[in-house]
Structures are given as C-alpha cells and as structure tokens.
Design a protein around this ligand. Structure first.
Ligand SMILES: CC(C)(COP(=O)(O)OP(=O)(O)OC[C@H]1O[C@@H](n2cnc3c(N)ncnc32)[C@H](O)[C@@H]1OP(=O)(O)O)[C@@H](O)C(=O)NCCC(=O)NCCS
Length: 360
C-alpha cells in the first residue's frame, strides 16, 4: 500500500497588540527609520509587553483561532510540535504547557529548536507522523517572544526581531496534494555567528553573564547575510530540480522573513516576480519560527487547491531548508480567512480595536 499524503489543512496567526515602530527605536539606540527601512525592509514589529503572558499564550491564541476556523474541538488534536527559541522555560517543553493551556487533552507534544528554520523542521516531522499513519491531526506551531532575549541597547539586533505566533494543522490529504519535496540542512560550524552566548549548559547564568549581556541574541549580521543569500537560493533550486519545477510554475514563494534585501535577492536569482512572494517583514519584523505560518495565515484567502508553494528558510545554527507543497484547500472559503488576530481574547487592543481586527 502506498503512503498517504500529508498537507496543511488549516492555518492561523496571532501577534501582540503593542506596536514598536522604528521611530520608537530611535529613542533607545543610535539608528534611524530610514536606515532600518533601507537595510532591512522593516517599519514596525509587535512585542509582547505583558509580564503575565508569554510564548505559550501566543501559541494558544493562534491555536484557538485555528480550531474555530476549522470547526475542531481541542480533543481532536493528536500532537503539538512547538518550534521556538524562546520557550517559556528551559524545561519542561513549551509544547506541554500549550497542550495544558489550550485544553488539548488527548495530545502530547515536544519542542523543536532550529532557530529561524524551526517551522520547516517541525513541518517535516509532522508530515512523517501523518504520512506513516500514526496520527491524523498534528499542529505545528512557530511561537516566539524574541523581545525576551533582545538587547534594546544593541542596534544591530533589536531593530530586526519581533514577537508573534503562527500555527498550521497537518492532516492526511490525497498524495497529489500536500508536501511533495523536503530538503533540510544544518552546519554547526556557523554556531557562533548567530546565538545566545549564555544560559545553556556551556555557560550557565552567573552575575557575570548577566552583566556582560550574554543572555541576548548575538549576531554577526554581515556574515549571516552572505550565508543566507547563498543557502536560500541553493536549497530552493535543489527542491525545484527534484520536483521538476520551473520558476513560472511556482504560485507562491514563502520565504523566512529575515531581511527584505535577502528576499529580493533570492527572488531575482530565481526570476520570480515579487507579486508571487509573501512578505510581511515590514509590519512584523523577523519573528523567527513564526514568520512562515504568519505569512500563510495572511495569504490564506488567496490560496487555492493545487497551488504550488515553496517554503524556504535560513537561520542560526546554521540551519536551512525548503519544502515544496501543493496547497490542499480553497482558502477563500474559510471563515476568518486572512485575519491575523492582535488582541487578547475578550479584550480590545490599545487602539480600542477588537479581537477580530486584521493587523493590516
Ligand atoms: C543585520 C543587518 C540588517 C545589518 O545590515 P548590513 O547592511 O549588513 O550592515 P552592517 O552589519 O554591514 O553594518 C553597516 C554599518 O551600519 C551600522 N549599523 C548596524 N545596525 C545599525 C542600525 N540599526 N542603525 C544604524 N546603523 C547601524 C553598523 O555599525 C555599520 O557601521 P560601520 O560601517 O561604521 O561599522 C544585515 O546584515 C542582516 O540582515 N543580516 C542577516 C540577518 C539574517 O538573515 N539572519 C538570519 C536569519 S534570522
């Protein structure tokens, strides 16, 4: 018997209501709106300032929207894969906390850490569980509270990252739809170019590590930029080659949102018009594992059954990869399609908007 297919059958996203603009950042560090926009494409990002809420809560808000959109009960979910570099705790896994808070009583879960490539690694795992028949419904969550590990005195990193959560549901689909080709890579020799120096078992927290600001994101931006452009392009070309896809056959490129210049360079090399490239970096910044599912959630109304999508990423580790999939449903028929929620359940935003507001 041939293996069954596995595809994304629902998607949702949530971002915090608090907007941190480039103009706000001009007050913390020596930078300018113009520099940030021209070098990264970012205008603003969302940050979770509420002290009593964190990564797991953002994931739960996104999951609740997904279940509502898809008409599912929490008990329908078998497994949660939480992709994050900002877990609630070092342990236990944030996936366990998400299952508890979201009432997913039948599900178990685990965390997956692959920096900005987390979501693609997680999606690849979910697909295996569904294709081999072990599970029917797997949630892959990308949830990040990057503001928790951001040094707002370091202009080279604090302008880039934002907070948010995106989630997809992976279910059985006919083999012609869903995930078709997966290519994932890592190269640990790049680990010192983008990482958090202290807080792990190599350098546990001490007074010195705190005073030296070693619990924040450290990045050698220029080095990472060069690797990202090369690896992104290589892996997308590899996936296209394996799938026998020509540029003009691709309906959507869904790139990790690290830098608009990287995205444009990759699109140019692949001869893909920017109209076919999902971009939300201008309003959310780099939300690490959440960028790709947030893009899918926003573009959902425009996605049609059979559309050819390439999801691609590059991140700390180094880690990188690409997945080619055929979209499994008509996004225009889904209730709440395209809405990225940005209010706490039962509350309006600071601007007086309700939970139903689109983030645009
Ligand atoms: C971080 C990044 C935006 C920096 O842009 P860049 O064009 O490479 O800039 P550089 O690091 O070469 O720095 C150029 C100058 O701008 C300065 N600069 C850096 N950040 C600045 C800021 N926010 N505002 C103003 N000036 C800034 C630097 O200090 C440097 O000054 P100098 O020439 O006097 O030394 C860019 O390198 C990048 O996006 N890197 C990859 C990120 C990525 O893909 N991450 C992996 C996935 S998460």
């Amino acid at each position: 018997m041939g293996r069954r297919g596995a595809g994304i059958t629902a998607v949702a996203g949530w971002v915090p209501p608090t907007v941190l603009t480039n103009f706000h950042l001009e007050k913390f560090v020596e930078t300018s709106d113009t520099w940030i926009r021209e070098r990264t494409g970012i205008r603003e990002r969302r940050i979770l300032v509420e002290r009593d809420r964190t990564t797991s809560d953002m994931a739960v808000y996104a999951i609740h929207q997904l279940l509502r959109k898809r008409g599912l009960a929490p008990e329908d979910i078998d497994l949660v894969i939480c992709c994050t570099v900002t877990p609630d705790h070092v342990f236990p896994a944030t996936a366990n906390i998400i299952c508890d808070k979201a009432g997913l009583r039948r599900a178990w879960g685990f965390d997956l850490e692959a920096a900005c490539s987390g979501f693609l690694y997680g999606l690849a795992c979910a697909v295996q569980f569904v294709q081999n028949g072990m599970y029917e419904r797997v949630l892959v969550v990308g949830a990040e509270r990057m503001s928790a590990i951001m040094n707002y005195h370091d202009r080279t990193t604090c302008v880039i990252f934002g907070d948010g959560a995106g989630v997809v549901l992976v279910e059985p689909v006919v083999p012609e739809l869903g995930v078709q080709v997966i290519r994932l890579y890592s190269d640990g020799s790049g680990r010192h170019a983008l990482f958090q120096k202290a807080g792990g078992a190599l350098h546990p927290p001490t007074i010195e590590t705190v005073l030296n600001r070693e619990h924040y994101v450290y990045q050698e931006g220029r080095a990472v930029f060069g690797h990202a452009v090369r690896r992104f392009t290589e892996v997308i070309e590899e996936v296209m080659d394996v799938a026998g896809l020509r540029s003009e056959e691709i309906d959507w490129l869904v790139p990790h949102q690290a830098n608009l210049r990287i995205i444009k360079a990759v699109a140019r090399t692949l001869r893909l018009p920017m109209e076919k490239v999902m971009v939300n970096i201008h309003k959310f910044g780099n939300t690490t594992s959440a960028t790709i599912p947030l893009c899918l959630a926003e573009w959902e109304p425009r996605l049609r059954t059979g559309d050819r999508l390439i999801l691609a990423t590059f991140g700390g580790g180094f880690t990188w990869g690409a997945i080619y999939l055929r979209w499994a449903y008509d996004g225009s028929l889904v209730p709440e399609s395209g809405r990225i929620l940005d209010a706490f359940p039962g509350e309006g935003t600071a601007n007086g908007q309700t939970e139903e507001k689109n983030s645009d």
